[in-house]
Design a protein around this ligand. Structure first.
Ligand code: UDP
Length: 325
């Protein structure tokens, strides 16, 4: 199978490229390296460029592909509030350019990275696919818009897609070759582990006054490898002729920020300095997925559902240069 991975040099994309290579796919990565890393693309062909560049897309897609996976989005909620134009341009307009180029070259199978942020403030948990989608920030709205575009494109053009709504992706390649390298890093698990390793002085806990048992926010952390295996199954379902679908992806179990810190202290054997900080704008108290659709329809089975395992793999990545750990 020939797959184009747009954004394949980023955190999730790079793990996906590796998995596709292991599944004997012929992979091409297109990435502008604005946030990705060339050395994270472990197999296949690499093209440095922008998905807004239609001529470049034409030259790549004219070689013939079975499917496109799209990971090239901006993902910071706070930044999306400050700079919405940047988010609508890249996450919506540039995605339309990609979809148009796919249509022009007869590539009609698409895997899209969506997000729990399309749901907005939860009306109930765990969140299943029928939960109303009322995103509360530009980031969530860009992803929700593309989901609607995809539904229309299937009806009008027969372009079939799977939108995978990630809850909290975390962890690292179990074989230790890849991990999370955002700059700036904003995600809880790597930040907590940087506080454990000494790369940061402390971790700030954003709010202790939420309506949760310990007052800190609850999230559903999903191992990067399990996320990628869901993409692989989604791709196989499309190739098998399945209609377009959206799936929520999480373990169905929530952990509080404090529980993540406690787990990290146990896994690393280090004391982590915690500073209590104000709430971060736009953070719902509790986001937990009901992923039973993905289990039933895709046959998805998470292998690394245990939070300690997720943290352990991320810790191995964090300390990869530290021979004393
Ligand atoms: N969080 C925190 N301190 C940090 C970063 C994150 O307390 O330095 C909290 C954040 O408020 C949220 C949870 O950790 O409740 C997960 O945040 P993250 O940014 O990793 O993912 P998100 O849930 O925003 O997708």
């Amino acid at each position: 199978m020939k797959v184009l991975v747009v954004g394949g040099a980023g955190y999730i994309g790079s793990h996906m490229v590796k998995m596709l290579g292991q599944q004997a796919c012929s992979v091409t990565t297109l990435d502008d390296l604005s946030s990705g890393h060339r050395d994270a693309v472990l197999c296949g062909e690499f093209v440095q460029g922008d998905m807004a560049d239609r001529a470049l897309l034409d030259s790549i897609l004219s070689k013939g592909f079975d499917a496109v996976m799209h990971f090239a989005s901006f993902i910071q909620v706070g930044e999306s509030v400050q700079q919405p134009a940047k988010y609508y341009q890249n996450n919506v307009v540039n995605t339309l350019t990609l979809l148009d180029a796919m249509r022009a070259h007869g590539v009609n199978q698409f895997i899209f990275s969506s997000t729990a942020a399309t749901f907005g403030e939860p009306q109930y948990t765990p969140i299943d696919e029928r939960h109303p989608q009322q995103p509360i920030n530009p980031y969530g709205r860009t992803k929700w818009m593309v989901e609607q575009v995809l539904a229309d494109f299937e009806k009008a053009y027969g372009l079939r897609s799977v939108a995978l709504r990630y809850f909290n992706a975390a962890g690292a390649d179990p074989e230790g070759q890849l991990g999370e390298r955002h700059d700036p890093e904003t995600h809880l698990v790597p930040l907590v582990l940087q506080a454990a390793s000494g790369r940061r002085p402390h971790i700030s806990v954003f709010g202790r006054d939420y309506d949760t048992p310990d007052g800190t926010c609850i999230r559903d952390y999903i191992h990067i490898q399990d996320l990628c295996s869901a993409h692989w199954l989604a791709l196989q379902s499309l190739v098998g002729g399945a209609a377009s679908q959206a799936y929520n992806l999480g373990n169905g179990q929530g952990f509080s920020v404090q529980e993540v810190i406690d787990t990290a202290e146990r896994v690393t054997g280090r004391k982590i300095t915690v500073i209590d900080s104000p709430r971060r704008a736009g953070d719902p108290a509790r986001l937990v997925a009901d992923a039973s659709q993905a289990r039933q329809k895709l046959g998805w089975q998470p292998r690394y559902a245990d939070l300690a395992t997720i943290v352990e793999h991320a810790w191995r990545w964090e300390t990869r240069f530290d021979k004393s750990s």
